[in-house]
Design a protein around this ligand. Structure first.
Ligand code: URA
Length: 232
């Protein structure tokens, strides 16, 4: 608590009088305990509040190295949600997911199944760039996952397309290989949202021979979507 200058002077004078009278003045050894602010539960937030909460996030150490958080982008009425791993250097700089070379390929992959980038909602498992682009750590994934759960609850997508092993394993809570997870319909979260997985575009840039398999996955996802019961 801040005291006005006059009150501080009064308190000092009083302490001097008491000292002169030989009376011990007891002062607290520690400053008063700060009011503890309960962490915000993302499950209660609307889009703007969730975005603000993410941008202030310090739940794991990766906040220390970020330029900014990368929340997500796209149509908040989209039926398709795209989930990647984590921002890279370009995304960290621009604050938007999939804007670098992998993003260019992602856009082309989506366009191949008639989904222009603007018609989907794109986000990542992690909202901060991991230092040196290393794989996300389990504690970072668990710290960040509540944000993705809330994004899914707000968006209510009909289908989630997971790009890459880390996105697939984190969403599905498994350590199965991507090869085993492909070409099946999985489910995520409280709404049991269907999930289809495919290769990460950054991996496809390094291994272009796998693009054919990714194309099979995208056609599979399209078929799964077409066969979903009408949204309520
Ligand atoms: N890789 C990802 O997984 N996400 C991005 O946003 C960029 C690259």
């Amino acid at each position: 608590m801040l005291l006005p200058i006059r009150k501080m002077a009064d308190a000092a004078r009083r302490a001097r009088y008491l000292e002169a009278l030989g009376i011990n003045v007891w002062v607290p050894r520690h400053p008063p305990v700060e009011t503890v602010v309960a962490p915000v539960d993302p499950a209660t937030l609307d889009w703007p509040a969730l975005r603000a909460c993410v941008s202030d996030c310090m739940r794991c150490a990766s906040h220390q190295g970020r330029t900014q958080t990368v929340f997500g982008v796209g149509d908040t009425a989209a039926r398709w949600m795209v989930v990647g791993e984590a921002p890279g250097a370009d995304e960290d700089r621009q604050g938007e997911p999939f804007v670098g070379a992998a993003g260019q390929l992602l856009n082309a992959m989506l366009a191949a199944i008639e989904l222009p980038r603007e018609t989907v909602y794109i986000t990542n498992i992690l909202k901060c760039r991991p230092p040196d682009n290393r794989d996300p750590r389990p504690e970072e994934v668990s710290a960040c996952l509540p944000y993705l759960h809330r994004q899914v609850a707000l968006l209510r997508p009909q289908i989630i397309l997971a790009f890459g092993r880390v996105a697939a394993q984190s969403l599905l809570g498994t350590d199965s290989t991507l090869g085993k997870l492909r070409r099946s319909v999985h489910h995520f979260g409280a709404l049991n949202t269907p999930v289809v997985v495919t290769y990460h575009p950054a991996y496809l840039l390094r291994s272009p021979g796998e693009k054919r398999k990714a194309w099979e996955d995208l056609k599979f996802a399209r078929r799964v979507f077409a066969e979903l019961p009408p949204a309520v």
